[in-house]
Design a binder for this molecule. Structure first.
Ligand SMILES: [Zn+2]
Length: 507
């Protein structure tokens, strides 16, 4: 015989009590109070809590320590409050609490903030030695500290440490290193860093472009370079590098001529007439990318749906072009326009050598209700469906995975104005995807005269070094397709035309 109701309620109240008791252990209360301090940025109260916890022998956990250290690095902390971090941290090992990446990154930040990048670097080395991989955010403060102090040896040592830890630098870090080496007139390192920017950033922001111009305009820059060079070596460098650079060092002698320029449609610099190269994408890289894209999409989408799409594509593909249907149907429109989408479909069909319809990818919400119920649109959708050129992605799916995968898989163009910068595309990394996008994305502008296709440029938008030693550095353009991109043009073969003199070009 049992008394289920009373037994359960008795068990519940015991559970409640023990939960409450658990919640109110000194450790948990301290955690709660410290979290409150963290929310309110109350540094002095947090330090007071720490002192009384130590006096009361309350054991501190990693979370307690990290909150305390974080508060010491808080903007509102005084210098002496910040310094307490260096006394709190050693206590962790006394207590047997193992620090994590967040602990070390806070300490790096604190050390850098008090003008001690050496100590910051020491923390990075300690964390590495403890088997914790530092992140970019761990390296940044120490690197900027060395750069500000002009300590080029240490900055370089830290750069090497980053490379070894396989932590990719971003524009801020590379620009800081560039500025330091440029100011010190270290031409070989400036050259090396310009090539790092080429390989890792491809293009630069306005601020970095000005830094680079500063170097080329400097007296020191004029002093670096070979007057005569081994043409064969340079050509070999271009070949092995895949084009657009040679890596054989500064070529030419004397003052550089530096200015801003734009490329014409063929990729010829309007200022110096140099032609930009088109750097091909390795087909093997494309295969690898398509596979990893499918893997990612299968993780993010319902696996069965995406596998179903892959089989569908095997059956109806390959296509000459893929259309991001939602993006094209909404381009310059308040309401989704099937008329516009159909127009683009037909234009692309005419451009195709096989006269095949392009693939239209649409989310299921676009093919039911609203505009889709109009009889003309119904007929249109039906005709695309029958010809195997429409894929409707299921409810709950993100259609971006589908059109992107289709275009990568078919090695064809994709029509979309999506700049592909959101979190989905960020998952695809910075190495291959930007190059693929540049070669495959067709953008669209719609005006009263109809749509205009903006095809991929016949040259690569990446920092380029010519066989004669001139440099072209693209800046990051805004989203307005029709505003031409600015390039820094630096060379030694040209005498800059001034307003009062006719244009002189030395050959
Ligand atoms: Zn030029």
């Amino acid at each position: 015989m049992s008394f289920p109701i009373s037994t359960t309620s008795a068990a519940n109240s015991t559970l409640k009590l023990s939960k409450k008791a658990r919640r109110e252990t000194p450790e948990n209360l301290l955690r709660h109070h410290l979290d409150m301090c963290s929310k309110q940025g109350d540094v002095s109260e947090a330090l007071r809590l720490y002192d009384s916890a130590r006096a009361g022998s309350i054991p501190l956990s990693l979370h307690h320590y990290n909150v305390l250290l974080y508060l010491c690095s808080h903007l509102s902390a005084t210098a002496s409050e910040a310094d307490r971090a260096f006394e709190i941290f050693p206590q962790m090992s006394v207590d047997g609490v193992v620090p994590n990446e967040a602990t070390f990154t806070t300490l790096v930040r604190l050390a850098a903030a008090r003008g001690d990048p050496d100590l910051a670097f020491q923390f990075i080395k300690t964390m590495s030695a403890a088997g914790i991989t530092p992140r970019l955010r761990s390296y940044g403060p120490a690197l900027f500290g060395f750069c500000e102090k002009g300590d080029v040896e240490k900055a370089q040592e830290l750069e090497a440490h980053m490379v070894e830890a396989k932590v990719a630098a971003e524009e801020l870090e590379l620009a800081a290193l560039f500025r330091l080496n440029s100011e010190l007139g270290r031409g070989e390192d400036v050259y090396r860093l310009l090539h790092r920017m080429r390989a890792e950033l491809r293009m630069v922001s306005e601020t970095t472009a000005e830094l680079i111009e500063g170097w080329f305009n400097s007296v020191q820059a004029a002093g670096f370079g070979l007057h005569e060079w081994d043409v064969e070596m340079v050509n070999k460098g271009v070949l092995t590098g895949g084009g657009g650079w040679h890596g054989q060092g500064w070529l030419g002698k004397g003052q550089w001529s530096v200015g801003r320029s734009e490329m014409d449609k063929e990729g010829v610099c309007r200022r110096c007439r140099d032609r930009m190269m088109s750097i091909d994408i390795d087909p093997v890289e494309t295969e690898v990318f398509a596979r990893s894209l499918a893997e990612l999409a299968s993780q993010k989408e319902a696996k069965a749906d995406f596998t179903g799409f892959q089989s569908w594509l095997d059956r109806y593909g390959p296509f000459d072009a893929v259309i991001d249907g939602a993006n094209v149907g909404l381009n310059n429109q308040h309401k989704f326009s099937f008329f516009q989408l159909n127009y683009i479909v037909n234009e692309l069909r005419q451009m195709s050598s096989s006269d095949k319809l392009p693939l239209v990818v649409l989310h299921c919400s676009r093919v039911r209700g609203g505009q889709a119920d109009n009889s003309n649109n119904k007929r249109l959708l039906e005709s695309w469906r029958r010809s195997g050129s429409l894929y409707v992605t299921p409810s709950g799916s993100n259609d971006d995975w589908y059109w992107l995968y289709a275009a990568v898989n078919c090695k064809c163009l994709v029509v979309t104005n999506d700049e592909m910068r959101d979190h989905l595309f960020a998952l695809l990394g910075n190495s291959f995807f930007p190059r693929w996008k540049e070669k495959h994305q067709v953008r669209l502008t719609v005006s009263r005269d109809g749509p205009t296709f903006h095809l991929p440029p016949p040259y690569s938008i990446v920092i380029q070094e010519s066989e004669r030693g001139s440099w072209h550095i693209p800046t990051i353009a805004g989203d307005d397709i029709e505003t031409p991109r600015q390039w820094v043009c630096a060379n030694r073969d040209m005498i800059v035309p001034s307003l009062s003199h006719p244009r002189l070009v030395q050959i």
